[in-house]
Design a protein around this ligand. Structure first.
Ligand code: UGA
Length: 435
C-alpha cells in the first residue's frame, strides 16, 4: 500500500515509520522545512526509544521518505493519514482544528485516483464529517472516502504500542475504505491485534472516552492515596487489591503527583467541552480535571510539610522533570506547578532530568540544572523524586545522604519502600503510605 502521512509530530512519525516497517511505501509530509531537512539528515526531532533506528532502517530500504510538498505523495496514495496537532484552543479548551482543516483543503487539491483520507489526530466527534464536506466542496468530483483511525500509543513505548496494539479502531461505513485500512493493518492482525470496525463518529468518541477513562482511573487512585495517608493504609496494596479483580484490572492505578503530558489534560478538557456543546455535561470528567489540577498544586505543600512547613531559605532538589520517564516532553508536567509552588514559598530549586533539561530550561529558566542525581542532591534540604526514571530507582543512598544537608526524601512516585528508607536513616515521605 502507498501511504501519505501528513504531519511528522509524534503520532505521524511513529505511525509512518511503523507502516514502512510493515512493508508499505510511506512518505511523511511536513510544512516545517527545517524538520524535513533534519529528517533527511537522519535526525529525529522527538525523543522516543528505538525510533531513530526504525526510521534509518526504513529510509535505507527505500520504503520511507520525507518531503514538504504533499502533491505527489497524496496523488499516489491509497491512504492519506492526517496526523497534525490538535492543541487546546487558547481560552476555551476546545480542540483547535485549524491544522486538520488546512491539511484537508490541501489534500483535496492533490487527490487523483481513489484514496482514503484518514484522521489519526485526536479530533472531536463530527470532525470526519467536516473533513469530508471540505474536500467535497473543493473537489466535487473527487473519488475518496474519509475514515477515523485514532491512535492509542504512549510516549516512551510508542513503537511497541503500535506494533502490539490492544485494538485498532477503524471508523468508516465505506466498503472500499474498510478494505484499504484492513490491508494496511493486516500485518498487525498476525500479532493478534484485533480490528474493531465502527462508524466514524463512534471511532472519534472511542479515543476521547479511552483517555478520559484512564485519566479517571489515575485520579481515583490518587484520591484513595490521600485517604490512605489519613487512615494509615497503603495505597500500593489498595491498588493491588482492587486491580486483581479482572473487572478493574491492575494498570493505571499507580498513585502519583497527578497526570500530565500532551494528551490526558488536553483531551479531557476537550471532552468536557464536547459534552457541554451537546448539552450532556460530563460531571465525572469535569471532576477528574479539577481534582488533578488541585493535586499538582498540592505537591509543593507536601514538600513544605516534609520540611516542617517552612521553605524559606531551603534548597530542594528535584529528580525528574518530564511528565513521565523515557520522554523529553515537559507538556503539562507536574514538575512545573511544583517548581512554581516551591519558589513562591521561598525555596531554591535544583534539578536533574536524564532527557528533559533542554525543554525544561525554556519552561523553568530560574532553577539550577545539575549533571546527575548526586550533584543535584548536593547541599539539599530535601530531595524530591518527581519522575520515576529508571536512573532513580537504585540510587546509592549512602552517597546521597552524604551529599545532602538534611536526609529528607519526598518520593512522589513511590519508587522506594518506606522501611528501606528509614533503615538508611532518611526521613521519607511518599504517596498514600503511612509514615
Ligand atoms: C496517553 C495514553 O496512555 C495513550 O494510550 C494515548 O494514545 C496517548 O495518551 C494519546 O492520546 O496520544 P501518554 O500521554 O504518552 O499516553 O502517557 P501515559 O503513559 O498514559 O501517562 C500519562 C500520565 O499519567 C503521566 O503523567 C503519568 O505519569 C500518569 N500516570 C499514568 C499515573 O500517574 N499513574 C498511572 O498509573 C499511569
Amino acid at each position: 500500500m502507498r501511504i501519505a502521512m501528513i504531519g511528522t509530530g509524534y503520532v505521524g512519525l511513529v505511525s509512518g515509520a511503523c507502516f514502512a516497517d510493515f512493508g508499505h511505501s510511506v512518505v511523511c509530509v511536513d510544512k516545517d522545512a527545517n524538520k524535513i531537512a533534519a529528517l533527511h539528515r537522519g535526525e529525529i526531532p522527538i525523543y522516543e526509544p528505538g525510533l531513530d533506528e526504525l526510521v534509518a532502517a526504513n529510509v535505507r530500504a527505500g520504503r520511507l521518505g520525507f518531503t514538504t510538498d504533499l502533491t505527489a505523495p497524496v496523488g499516489d496514495a491509497d491512504a492519506v493519514f492526517i496526523a497534525v496537532g490538535t492543541p487546546s484552543r487558547r481560552g476555551d479548551g476546545h480542540a483547535d482544528l485549524s491544522y486538520v482543516y488546512a491539511a484537508a483543503r490541501e489534500i483535496a487539491a492533490a487527490l487523483k485516483d481513489f484514496a482514503v483520507v484518514v484522521t489519526k489526530s485526536t479530533v472531536p466527534v463530527g470532525t470526519g464529517d467536516e473533513v469530508e464536506r471540505l474536500i467535497r466542496d473543493a473537489r466535487p468530483t473527487a473519488d475518496f472516502a474519509v475514515a477515523s483511525n485514532p491512535e492509542f500509543l504512549r510516549e516512551g513505548a510508542a513503537i511497541r504500542d503500535f506494533k502490539f496494539p490492544d485494538r485498532i479502531v477503524i471508523g468508516t461505513s465505506d466498503e472500499r475504505a474498510r478494505k484499504v485500512l484492513g490491508e494496511i493493518y493486516r500485518p498487525l492482525s498476525l500479532n493478534q491485534g484485533p480490528l474493531l470496525y465502527t462508524t466514524r463518529r463512534t471511532a472519534e468518541l472511542i479515543k476521547y472516552a479511552a483517555n478520559a477513562f484512564l485519566a479517571t482511573k489515575i485520579t481515583f487512585i490518587n484520591e484513595m492515596a490521600d485517604l490512605a495517608e489519613r487512615v494509615g493504609a497503603d495505597v500500593q496494596d489498595v491498588a493491588r487489591g482492587i486491580g486483581m479483580d479482572n473487572r478493574i484490572g491492575p494498570k493505571f492505578l499507580h498513585a502519583g503527583p497527578g497526570f500530565g503530558g500532551s494528551c490526558f489534560p488536553k483531551d479531557t478538557r476537550a471532552l468536557v467541552k464536547i459534552g457541554l456543546d451537546h448539552e450532556t455535561p460530563l460531571r465525572i470528567v469535569e471532576a477528574v480535571l479539577a481534582v488533578n489540577d488541585n493535586r499538582k498544586r498540592a505537591m509543593a505543600r507536601k514538600v513544605s510539610q516534609a520540611l516542617g512547613g517552612q521553605l524559606r531559605g531551603k534548597t530542594v532538589a528535584l529528580l525528574g522533570l518530564t511528565f513521565k520517564p523515557d520522554t523529553d516532553d515537559m507538556r503539562e508536567a507536574p514538575s512545573i506547578p511544583l517548581v512554581t509552588g516551591l519558589m513562591d514559598m521561598g525555596a531554591r530549586v535544583r534539578a536533574f532530568d536524564p532527557a528533559g533539561m533542554t525543554q525544561a530550561r525554556d519552561e523553568l529558566p530560574e532553577i539550577t540544572y545539575c549533571e546527575d542525581a548526586y550533584h543535584c542532591a548536593h547541599g539539599a534540604d530535601a530531595l524530591v523524586i518527581v519522575t520515576e526514571w529508571v536512573h532513580f530507582r537504585a540510587l546509592d543512598l549512602v552517597r546521597l545522604k552524604q551529599a545532602m544537608k538534611q536526609p529528607v526524601i519526598v518520593d512522589l512516585r513511590n519508587v522506594y519502600r518506606p522501611e528501606q528508607m528509614s533503615e538508611s536513616g532518611f526521613a521519607y515521605f511518599s504517596i498514600g503510605r503511612a509514615h
